[in-house]
Every structure is written in C-alpha cells, then in structure tokens.
Write a new protein. Structure first.
Length: 125
C-alpha cells in the first residue's frame, strides 16, 4: 500500500472520528465552552504519544500503517497532537528554548492568522 493511500484512508477516518467525538461531547456538555475541541485535542495528543512509541518499539508495524495512523488518522483527528509531539521532541533534545519559542509563535501567530483570515473574508462580503 502506498504511503499516500494510507494517509488518505487514515485522514478520512480521522476527520469523521473528529466530528463524531466533538459533536458527541457537545451533546453531553453543551456549547458554552469548546469542550468538543478540547476533548479531541486531549484524546488525540494522548493517542499520538502512546502510538508513536508502541508502533515503533513494540509492534514494529510497517511504515504505511504507522504513517497512516499517525499522520493520516491522528493528523486529521487533531493537528494539536502533532504540535504536542513536535514540542516534546524539541524539549527532549535539549532545545527547551526552541520548544518555548515554538509554543509561543504557534499560538500567537495562528490566532493572528485566523483573525487576519476573518478580517480579509469580511472585507469581501
């Protein structure tokens, strides 16, 4: 199986799973706080950390399965899991300052980017 097919299959399943987990969480807890997004991000980060070790060191699965699950499924389930793992990799490789800068830049500039997109789109309507 091609890695790209594995990513596509995993990605489509991750996107559907994200919608299901998020909407189910909102049904249980209400819409007054982004509970669904938080649940997806927490669950995805936990599973990303868990599987990134087990799939390489315990089960020795093929690259297609590993990438299909991690980049495909979890990548579309939540990109926050990738952000969390990238941060941990920086911090564990004695690059704590880079990890902190990555966190600050990611949060700040992604919010600024989303705001910029909103402003630009509102100018068009």
């Amino acid at each position: 199986m091609s890695i790209y097919i594995a990513i596509a299959v995993g990605g489509s399943l991750g996107a559907v799973s994200r919608y299901w987990v998020s909407s189910t969480t909102y049904q249980w807890l209400g819409q007054g706080f982004p509970y669904g997004t938080l649940a997806v991000n927490l669950l995805g980060s936990l599973v990303m950390g868990f599987l990134s070790v087990l799939l390489v060191h315990r089960f020795h699965v093929s690259e297609e399965i590993r990438i299909g699950l991690l980049a495909g499924f979890l990548g579309s389930f939540t990109t926050f899991s990738t952000f969390a793992m990238d941060t941990l990799h920086l911090a564990s490789n004695d690059a704590l300052l880079k990890a902190i800068i990555y966190i600050l830049f990611s949060v700040f500039f992604c919010i600024i980017g989303a705001w910029g997109g909103l402003v630009a789109a509102r100018q068009m309507i």
